[in-house]
Design a protein around this ligand. Structure first.
Ligand code: NOJ
Length: 565
């Protein structure tokens, strides 16, 4: 080997080693955590967050203008529901161009400014990648539909009917009716798990896979820190199109119930997630999954056998504990905590009735909203908030079918009223339309905005917002709350949910009264390695206090304390 070649090779080796070393040090901090493990995430439904041009629909400039608010609140990353060009049949979840911004929300330049302002304020951007389907207006589908020989024909799932006028099999769209739509031009059916305007992409086609992976690369280069992957359960279907078993009864849309074993959660999903993860790792990015798992084994699988799939599969099983039940919560947390990955807790989103209504008892909703915030934001794992949750925003459901915007609410009315109620504009102040827009917003704000808004609640130390802010401060500053292990305490207590978060000899105790009557809880922390300790309050409701290790709590009271030796 000539000296020159040897020298070049050595330099290359040193260079690649140091690049690798930088990537490694960049992704883990001194305490061994990745950035997303420390982060509090916040979902923004862009139509409803802030309307900078007063056309009744939110936009990216609006989001940028609220970065200081997000920073002060204690948000580290925002997940923006789809803001790409879209005919808006499913309000953005029908994408007609994966690499652009819908003019209704602004431009790519606005996007870049948002990323830049986010950087200044310490707020990262996570986009919502609709991986299962595109819009029927995407050029890929327009081409696919044009003829059986079209270059993009096999980018979607086309099949002959079973018999004249009959779809290929009995698969049902989750939004109602058959999951197959007949196209008179080529006389075949195409498959759509969601609306007919959302044709499923054919992930068995390597060209589709390449295009989608390239899209993620394109956004990473633009400064995105990760993706929330939409509807990952539905990426693959049985190529033999086996009928799903029919179950008793009908669903809210009036279709027969079926067990979707042949068109959901197929093992091939995991191959795609591994590939998406490989690309994400090159940019130190995070993948959050919309994973509707029905048991803990399914959730475990989404992390990947070698931490090589989703870093953050969302645990929606937590949200199915829809009542304030310490035993149920304990069971669920214990399972998720032992699943081997980093837990992810969510209590509301744009598809679910707001947590304020779901957990509220109709009389103590504010106290319960504070309690729920103090609860899931102090668990081990990442939390994903939903805009307005920090205010105790309530659902504002449509009262008449003609007011419904969400298509499933129109086809399913009155059994299924749709998701408008949880998507109403963010409530900023007491001005018209809650300060969201000068023009009538696309969805109405509820009358309660007069007291439940950022401006008013910021001035009230006892507001839901103030409680969220206090909890978010300690969550960022107390290492035990970020990095500490989770140990359930007093597991027989049916009213007080309590646990210890401990890290390197330090601990935080959380005690939450999930009942409407005053409660006292005694803690024996000696067997947890904390003998003769005192409890020093970090965040508490006005009447919560401790005498030694005995904690008294008012109805729905909160007591979060440092355990001092
Ligand atoms: C899940 C999204 O959260 C929901 O809003 C959407 O309608 C479906 N996926 C289809 O994309």
């Amino acid at each position: 080997m000539s000296q020159r070649i040897f020298l070049t090779l050595s330099i290359q080796l040193i260079l690649s080693f140091s690049i690798f070393a930088t990537a490694q040090t960049k992704s883990v901090d001194a305490e061994g955590l990745k950035w997303w493990q420390r982060a509090v995430f916040y979902e923004i439904y862009p139509r409803s967050f802030a309307d900078s041009n007063n056309d009744g629909v939110g936009d990216l400039k609006g989001i940028t203008s609220k970065m200081p608010y997000l920073h002060d609140l204690g948000v580290d990353a925002i997940w923006i529901s789809p803001c790409f060009p879209s005919p808006q049949v499913d309000f953005g979840y029908d994408v007609s161009d994966y690499e652009n911004i819908d003019p209704m929300y602004g431009t790519l330049a606005d996007f870049d400014s948002m990323v830049a302002e986010g950087k200044k304020q310490g707020v990262r951007i996570i986009l919502d990648f609709v991986v299962n389907h595109s819009s029927d207006q995407h050029p890929w589908f327009i081409n696919s539909k044009s003829s059986k020989a079209a270059p993009h024909r096999d980018w979607f799932i086309w099949r002959d009917g079973k018999a004249p006028g009959q779809p290929p099999n009995n698969w049902i769209s989750t939004f109602g009716g058959s999951a197959w739509k007949f196209d008179p031009v080529t006389k075949q059916y195409y498959y759509h798990y969601f609306y007919a305007e959302q044709p499923d992409l054919n992930w068995r086609n390597p060209a589709v896979e390449k295009a989608m992976l390239d899209t993620t690369r394109w956004w990473y280069k633009r400064g995105v820190s990760g993706f929330r992957l939409d509807a990952v359960d539905t990426l693959f279907e049985d190529p033999k199109l086996t009928d799903n078993p029919v179950l008793p009864g009908i669903n809210k849309q009036g279709d027969p119930n079926t067990d979707e074993i042949h068109n959901k959660k197929l093992p091939e999903v995991h191959d795609v997630l591994k590939k998406l993860r490989k690309v994400a790792d090159e940019s130190d990015a995070v993948l959050i999954g919309e994973t509707w798992t029905s048991n803990i084994d399914e959730l475990k699988e989404y992390y990947g056998s070698h931490d090589n799939e989703l870093q953050m599969p969302m645990d929606f099983m937590f949200t199915t504990v829809d009542k304030l039940s310490p035993p149920e919560f304990r069971r669920q947390i214990a399972q998720v905590d032992s699943a081997g990955g980093w837990p992810v807790f969510v209590i509301s989103n744009h598809d679910k009735v707001r947590s304020y209504n779901r957990y509220g008892d109709g009389k103590n909703n504010d106290a319960i909203a504070k309690l729920m915030g103090a609860f899931y934001l102090t668990l081990r794992g990442s939390a994903i908030m939903y805009y307005g949750e920090e205010l105790g925003m309530e659902n504002n459901d449509p009262k008449r079918k003609e007011d419904v915007k969400d298509p499933i609410g129109r086809t399913g009315w009155p059994n299924e009223i749709g998701r408008d109620g949880e998507r109403t504009p963010m409530q900023w102040n007491t001005e018209t339309n809650a300060g969201f827009s000068k023009k009538n917003p696309w969805l109405p704000v509820p009358p309660s905005y007069k007291t439940r808004n950022v401006a008013t609640e910021s001035k009230d130390p006892n507001s839901v917002l103030s409680m969220y802010k206090k909890v978010l401060v300690i969550r960022h500053t107390n290492e035990a709350l970020v990095n500490g292990s989770y140990t359930a305490l007093n597991e027989d207590d049916a009213n007080v949910m309590s646990y210890l978060r401990s890290y390197k000899g330090k601990a935080v105790l959380v005690a939450l009264n999930m009942s409407a009557s005053p409660q006292t809880a005694n803690f024996n922390l000696a067997d947890k390695g904390f003998a003769s300790v005192t409890l020093k309050s970090l965040v508490a409701t006005p009447q919560a206090s401790a005498k030694g290790t005995e904690v008294s709590l008012e109805p729905f009271g909160i007591f979060i304390a440092e355990v001092s030796k």
